[in-house]
Each structure stands twice: as structure tokens, then as C-alpha cells.
Design a protein around this ligand. Structure first.
Ligand code: SF4
Length: 420
């Protein structure tokens, strides 16, 4: 049976307009009635609505209400997906326009109104803009790039299951995302189609049930938090029934691009399924608005440990000046900087990839210079399916004649340690 994503939306039992009010001052909003413009001060909204995003809302969505803006269904239905709408919001660069006019089928273009409010606030070379608005560079295929660089398909015993490491499994439960990141490792499969086979879910659950060595299930996609609450609750409940599944993890970018989705109703369902961990995907400190902070706060208050899986991206976050505020923003919002990924060589990604030496330089600038909790594990997910390989600055300098190991600290000073 095919499950229509749109029907999920209409059947949603967790309307964010019920019982999800955020205890924050609300921005005044202009309403146009005939020729009169008046200012509304709504009493109660289902989610934080910051002045930063409200000014964008007033300019570009004057015929919607603040409640619409705070409703994640509305955000999904009103995604910006076409050149004609986009160019009414931002002045496009030539290479962006060419990419959007190009006939070659590639990763779809889609940005939520909320996230577009952050993109539009910046100038034409802004960091966030590069991550979500296509450039003609992504049509260029460079040496070493592949559609499936991690060879996930060869570790897939059945559709939706990637079983690379013996004790854990990746369960791809949707192909849909609210925003498509231009550097997405799974750009080969993410889609606008908004359909998923229920049979595929059931087969995946059955596979996990039949493999007692699996103790850790990572639910990913696409973005699993774009699924309706009751479907997610059902899936998590089925996995929780399997005795050998010790932990469940969810990978999502929703707190950064669609924070309104983190309703109190969703959180109440998620926390039924502990131990549950969430890997969020923050890329830049500018993503930490009041809305994103509220989404992280709700998840953390539900006892869900949060870690960020961040991709190192050229001209986006490949400098200490960006990375340091990013890791500090993550910690302030109770998110552990978890993995910093070297950008995977997917097709058309050369304009995003940095040298590995840049990543090592960033880690070296953090280690010892800020809280240990703030330092990412920098990894390359090895092409061909080799798994994550950690990359570290060179702190081990060898041994002296007595067998002591020689170490370099973060300031470049040399020390010996009696390792015998
Ligand atoms: S949210 Fe994740 S799966 Fe979706 S486009 Fe971005 S990186 Fe890819």
C-alpha cells in the first residue's frame, strides 16, 4: 500500500495550533484589509516567532497569519520551489539563475519560508544561500565524484536498509526533505514525490527483528521529522518492541530549517521511546535563531541527547571565524558538536569541497583553545564503503631512546610521557 505524504498532513493528529504555545513576546504583524493596514498583536502563537523572521513574513507573506507561519504544515505547503517565486525574494546571481533554468534533472530545489527568511537576510554570496540555492557548478562532474560515493547500495540487503556495521543499521524511512541541501550525500534518492511504501517499512522492521546482532538503529532518509507524528510514533513503537534494539537514533535537519515542526505534541511522542538520540544538522552559526533555539530546548528538555553532524563546506563554514561561533552556539543550545564531515564527493560537489588540511587546521584551532565538549570528531566517510575514518592534527611525535612518547600540546610545546 502506498502512503501519501499529503494524506498524512491532513490526518495529522497533532495540529501545532493546539496546546503548543510558546512563552515568548510576540511580534506585531501587519494585516492588510482592503486599503487599510492595521497592526495585530496576537495573544498566543504555537511557536516562537522572532522579529528577525517576522519582518520577512510581513514583506513576503502579508496575506497569511502568524498562526500560519508557526504551523509546520503551512511551512511545508508554502516552500519556495520555483525560479519565479525565488526571484521575487532575492536578487539572483547569474550562476544561480542558470542552474534553476537548466533542464538536466538533478536534486530538486526547495526551501521553507522560515529558512528563506535567513537566506534573504544575507548578501548574494552568503553562506546559507550557497547551501540551499543551486549554482551551475553543481552540474559539473569532477574526477572522483560519484552518485553513491559511500557505496551504500552495495551494503543494502533490501530497500531502505543499509547494514554496513554489524551491530547497527541505517533505516531510510522517507525520501522527502523540507529543504534540499545542495551537498546532500543522498541526493541520488531525496525527492519531492512525498510517497513511501508501507511495505518497505514493514520489511525493514522485519529485517531488524531477524538480526539479533543489531543493537542500534539510525532512522534517516530524507528527513524523518517531516513524517506525521502518528506515523513516526508507530515506527518507533515497532522498533521498541524488538528486544535487541538498545538505542534508536534519528538524523534530521528540521530544527535548523523547520523548527516549527518540533511541536510539544511531537516531543511528547518521541520521549515515549527512550533511549532515543537525535543527530541534528547545523552548518553555520546564523542558523541559531530564537526559533531554532526553541526547537533544541524542547528536544533537550524531553531528555533527548542532541549531537550535530556538520559538513565542512567551502565558503560556508571553512574558517575558524565561523566554526568557533558555531560550536559555541551548539553547546549553548545543548547540542554536542559530534561529527565534522569532510564533504562527500557526490556528483557536482567540487565547489563545496575543501582540502583535508583545512579541516585539520580547524580542529587544531579548537582543541585546547575552547571547551573539550566543543570539539568535533573530524572524519572522512571513506569512498567505497570504508566507514568513518577519524582525522587528527599530529600530536604524537614519536619516542625517545628511553621509550617515552613525545607529545605536542595545543600551544606547540613538547612533552614526554613514560609509556612503559
Ligand atoms: S536534510 Fe539531510 S537528507 Fe535532506 S537534503 Fe539535507 S542533507 Fe540531504
Amino acid at each position: 500500500m502506498e502512503i501519501s505524504f499529503d494524506s498524512f498532513l491532513h490526518n495529522e493528529e497533532d495540529p501545532p495550533s493546539k496546546g503548543d504555545s510558546a512563552d515568548v513576546p510576540l511580534p506585531a504583524v501587519s494585516s492588510i484589509e482592503g486599503n487599510n493596514v492595521r497592526t495585530l498583536r496576537p495573544k498566543k502563537l504555537p511557536f516562537t516567532f522572532s522579529e528577525q523572521t517576522a519582518s520577512f513574513y510581513r514583506k513576503h507573506f502579508p496575506y497569511s497569519t502568524p498562526h500560519d507561519w508557526c504551523d509546520w504544515h503551512w511551512q511545508i505547503k508554502n516552500r519556495i520551489t520555483t525560479l519565479s517565486v525565488l526571484e521575487r525574494i532575492v536578487d539572483l546571481r547569474d550562476d544561480e539563475r542558470s542552474a534553476l533554468q537548466c533542464d538536466i534533472k538533478g536534486l530538486p530545489f526547495s526551501v521553507t519560508p522560515y529558512y528563506m527568511s535567513l537566506v534573504a537576510a544575507d548578501n548574494s554570496d552568503s553562506s546559507l544561500r550557497k547551501t540551499v540555492i543551486p549554482r551551475i557548478d553543481e552540474r559539473r562532474i569532477s574526477e572522483g565524484e560519484e552518485i553513491d560515493p559511500l557505496s551504500e547500495e552495495s551494503d543494502s540487503p533490501l530497500p531502505g536498509i543499509i547494514h554496513r556495521y554489524p551491530d547497527r543499521v541505517l533505516f531510510l524511512v522517507t525520501e522527502f526533505c523540507s529543504v534540499f541541501c545542495r551537498y546532500c550525500t543522498r541526493s541520488r534518492m531525496v525527492t519531492e514525490k512525498k510517497t513511501i511504501s508501507k511495505r518497505q517499512w514493514e520489511n525493514g522492521i522485519e529485517y531488524i527483528r531477524n538480526h539479533p546482532e543489531i543493537r542500534d538503529v539510525l532512522i534517516s532518509g530524507g528527513d524523518p521529522l517531516t513524517l506525521p507524528t502518528e506515523k513516526l510514533d508507530w515506527l518507533l513503537g515497532k522498533l521498541r518492541e524488538i528486544k535487541h534494539v538498545e538505542i534508536i537514533r534519528i538524523g534530521t535537519k528540521v530544527p535548523a530549517v523547520l523548527p516549527q515542526r518540533i511541536t510539544n505534541g511531537l516531543v511528547a511522542k518521541l520521549k515515549k521511546h527512550h533511549p532515543l538520540w537525535i543527530s541534528v544538522h547545523f552548518t553555520h552559526p546564523d542558523e541559531f535563531t530564537e526559533e531554532a533555539a526553541e526547537a533544541c530546548r524542547r528536544l533537550a528538555n524531553a531528555g533527548i541527547p542532541l549531537g550535530s553532524q556538520t559538513v565542512l563546506l567551502k565558503e560556508v563554514n571553512d574558517s575558524v571565524d565561523v566554526m568557533k561561533p558555531l560550536v559555541h552556539s551548539l553547546l549553548k543550545n545543548r547540542v554536542k558538536p559530534y561529527y565534522l564531515y569532510q564533504c562527500d564527493p557526490i556528483v557536482g560537489s567540487s565547489h563545496f569541497r575543501t582540502k583535508v588540511s583545512k579541516g585539520i587546521e580547524i580542529i587544531e584551532s579548537l582543541r585546547g583553545h575552547t571547551s573539550g565538549y566543543a570539539v568535533f570528531n573530524y572524519v572522512i566517510d571513506a569512498p567505497g564503503g570504508g566507514g568513518k575514518i577519524p582525522l587528527l592534527p599530529e600530536y604524537f611525535k614519536g619516542r625517545d631512546e628511553k621509550g617515552n612518547i613525545i607529545l605536542r600540546n595545543y600551544e606547540g610545546n613538547i612533552f614526554s610521557y613514560p609509556d612503559f
